[in-house]
Design a protein around this ligand. Structure first.
Ligand SMILES: NC(=O)c1ccc[n+]([C@@H]2O[C@H](COP(=O)([O-])OP(=O)(O)OC[C@H]3O[C@@H](n4cnc5c(N)ncnc54)[C@H](O)[C@@H]3O)[C@@H](O)[C@H]2O)c1
Length: 488
C-alpha cells in the first residue's frame, strides 16, 4: 500500500468509526422512553405554518386547515404569487381565517405562536428547513425525500432527538391501514422468508423541453428559492416542479415518486439500516432536454443474502405482475403485490390469491402527526424522521452509484452486471429493462453503468479504497449552511 493510500485508508477508518459510534450512541438513546409533558393541551388548537405552497403545499393546507384541531396561520413561500393565492384558498377552507403570507422562512420561524411547520418546498430545502424549524422549537412535517443528500438527512434526525421535536416524514402510505396490515402479514411470515423486495416506479415522464436560457418568474426571490444550492442560470422552461430532474435541486424519479416505494421495500424487509452495497445503472433515454436525471434506472441494494431491487421507467411501459407504481415482495412461500399506497394482494407460489389488503387516505397521516404533537412520544409517529432518512438515503445512494459510473453500450450491460457480482435477479431485471427500451424503439444506446459501492450501513459511509464519501453531502452556499452535528 502506498503511503498516500495508507493515509487515506486510515483517515477513512477513523471517519467511519467516529460516524458509527455517534449514530450508535444516538440510536441507543433513542430506545429510552421519550415521553415529555405535552406542551399543547388536548383542547388547544395547533397553529401550523405551511412552507412551500406549490402543488403539494395545497395538500398540506387541506390536511391542516380546520382538521385534527389545527389551523393554518401562516403560509411561507418565496414566490409571492403562490403564497398569496394559497392564503386566499386556505381562508375558504377554514371558515374565513386567512393565514399570513411570509416570504422568508427565517422570519417565519421567529414567530413564537407557530407550533408546527409543514414543509413542501423543493428537495434541496427539506433538511435545512426542518433543522432550522426544530431549532426554533417547532414540530415538523417534512415532505419526502427528507433530504437532498445522505448526511443532511441524518442531521435532521440528530436535531429532532436533541431538541425533542416530533418530525413526521411525508410518506403517507405508512398511515394506511391496508399497507400496515400487508406489512404485518409479511413480517409475520405470511409469504415465508423474504428474498427480494422490488420497487416499481413505472410513471410516464415526458421531456421537460430544451435546455435554454429562461427567466426566473419576477414574483420569485431566487436567492431564497436556491437556498443551499448554487445560484445558477435558469435552464428549464417550467420554473416550478421540473427542478426534480436537475441534480442541483432534485433527485430524479427515485427521489420524487420512487421514494414512496423505496420506503415500502425497506419496510417489507424489516431493515432499519442502510444496505451493505449499492449498484445502479440506467440513463436518460428517448429524448434530450433540460433534464439531467435518469428516466430509466435500476438500483440494487444488498442486505446480506436479501436484495432490494428498484426500477424506474419514465417511458411508456406495461405493468409488471399487475403493478406499475408499487412493490412486489418475493418470499419463499409466496409473494405480495401492492399496487397502490393502500391496497394489494398476497399470492401463494402458484399465483393463487391468499389475502387482500385495502384502506387508506392522506388525512390519517396528518392526524397521526398532530396526535404525536399532543402525546409527545415520537415512537407513535407512523413515519418518524429516522425512517424517512433511511429510505431517502437509499435513493441518494442509488444516484451516487449511477453518477460515478461509465457510459457503456447497452449490449455490454449484462456482462458488466455479472462482473460486478450482480447475480441472476439483477441480470434478469436488466433484460426486462432492455426489452422495454426495445419496445420504445430505442436502439444503439449507451447506459451509465454505475460503480458498485460497499457501505458501512450503520456509520452511513462508503468503505474501501477511494470511498467517495464527499458524495454523501454537498457544498452549501452561505448563509444556507448545514450546521455541524455539535451545532445542530
Ligand atoms: N407525499 C407526496 O405524496 C408528495 C406529492 C407531491 C410532492 N411531494 C413533495 O413535495 C415537495 C414539493 O413538491 P411540489 O410538486 O409542490 O413542488 P413545486 O415546485 O410545485 O412547489 C414548491 C414550492 O415551494 C416554494 N419554495 C421554494 N423554496 C422555498 C423557500 N425557501 N421557502 C418557502 N417556499 C419555497 C416554491 O416557490 C414553490 O411554490 C417535493 O419535495 C415533493 O417531493 C410529495
Amino acid at each position: 500500500m502506498s503511503s498516500l493510500s495508507r493515509r487515506r485508508f486510515l483517515e477513512q477508518s477513523m471517519f467511519t468509526t467516529a460516524a458509527a459510534l455517534a449514530i450508535q450512541a444516538q440510536r441507543a438513546q433513542a430506545t429510552e422512553p421519550v415521553q415529555q409533558p405535552p406542551s399543547i393541551g388536548p383542547n388547544d388548537t395547533i397553529q401550523v405554518a405551511v412552507i412551500g405552497a406549490g402543488g403539494r403545499g395545497q395538500s398540506h393546507i387541506d390536511g391542516f386547515a380546520g382538521k385534527s384541531g389545527s389551523v393554518v396561520t401562516h403560509i411561507c413561500d418565496c414566490d409571492e404569487r403562490a403564497g398569496q393565492r394559497s392564503c386566499d384558498k386556505a381562508a375558504e377552507k377554514q371558515g374565513g381565517k386567512k393565514p399570513v403570507w411570509v416570504k422568508d422562512v427565517r422570519k417565519l420561524l421567529e414567530d413564537k405562536s407557530i407550533n408546527a411547520v409543514s414543509i413542501a418546498t423543493p428537495n434541496h430545502w427539506h433538511s435545512l428547513g426542518a433543522i432550522w424549524a426544530i431549532q426554533a422549537g417547532k414540530d415538523v412535517y417534512v415532505e419526502k425525500p427528507v433530504s437532498h443528500n445522505v448526511l443532511e438527512g441524518r442531521r435532521v434526525v440528530q436535531a429532532a432527538r436533541k431538541h425533542q421535536r416530533m418530525v413526521q416524514t411525508g410518506t403517507q402510505s405508512r398511515s394506511n391501514p391496508g399497507m400496515r396490515e400487508a406489512m404485518e402479514f409479511v413480517h409475520s411470515g405470511g409469504i415465508g422468508d423474504v428474498l427480494i423486495s422490488r420497487g416499481l416506479c413505472y410513471k410516464r415522464r415526458n421531456s421537460i423541453g430544451p435546455k435554454g436560457t429562461y427567466d426566473v418568474p419576477k414574483e420569485v426571490d431566487y436567492d431564497l428559492w436556491s437556498g443551499p444550492a448554487r445560484i445558477l442560470p435558469m435552464t428549464r422552461k417550467n420554473f416550478h416542479y421540473d427542478w426534480h430532474w436537475q441534480w442541483e435541486y432534485g433527485n430524479g424519479d427515485l427521489g420524487n415518486q420512487g421514494i414512496h416505494q423505496m420506503d415500502l421495500c425497506r419496510w417489507a424487509l424489516g431493515e432499519d439500516r442502510l444496505s451493505e452495497r449499492v449498484l445502479s445503472f440506467g440513463g436518460r433515454l428517448g429524448y434530450e432536454d433540460a433534464g439531467e436525471t435518469a428516466n430509466t434506472q435500476v438500483v440494487v441494494h444488498d442486505y446480506g443474502k436479501r436484495k432490494l431491487i428498484f426500477e424506474v421507467r419514465g417511458l411508456p411501459t406495461p405493468d409488471y405482475k399487475g403493478a406499475n407504481v408499487g412493490i412486489i415482495v418475493e418470499g419463499t412461500k409466496g409473494y405480495l403485490v401492492m399496487t397502490s399506497y393502500a391496497s394489494g394482494t398476497a399470492f401463494d407460489l402458484d399465483g393463487k390469491p391468499i389475502k387482500q389488503f385495502t384502506g387508506g387516505g392522506d388525512d390519517r397521516h396528518y392526524k397521526n402527526f398532530t396526535d404525536a404533537m399532543r402525546n409527545r412520544d415520537y415512537r407513535t409517529l407512523n413515519a418518524d424522521i429516522e425512517q424517512g432518512h433511511l429510505s431517502s438515503a437509499l435513493c441518494h445512494l442509488g444516484n451516487i452509484s449511477l453518477r460515478l459510473g461509465n457510459q457503456i453500450p447497452g449490449a455490454e450491460v449484462a456482462g458488466a452486471i455479472a462482473s460486478q457480482g450482480g447475480g441472476d435477479s439483477v441480470v434478469e431485471t436488466w433484460k426486462r429493462t432492455a426489452e422495454h427500451l426495445g419496445e420504445n424503439s430505442i436502439k444503439d444506446y449507451s447506459i451509465w453503468m454505475g460503480r458498485s459501492l460497499a457501505l458501512d450501513p450503520i456509520a452511513e459511509t462508503f468503505v474501501g479504497n477511494d470511498a467517495p464519501n464527499h458524495w454523501l453531502t454537498r457544498e452549501y452556499r452561505a448563509p444556507y449552511s448545514l450546521p455541524s452535528e455539535q451545532a445542530v
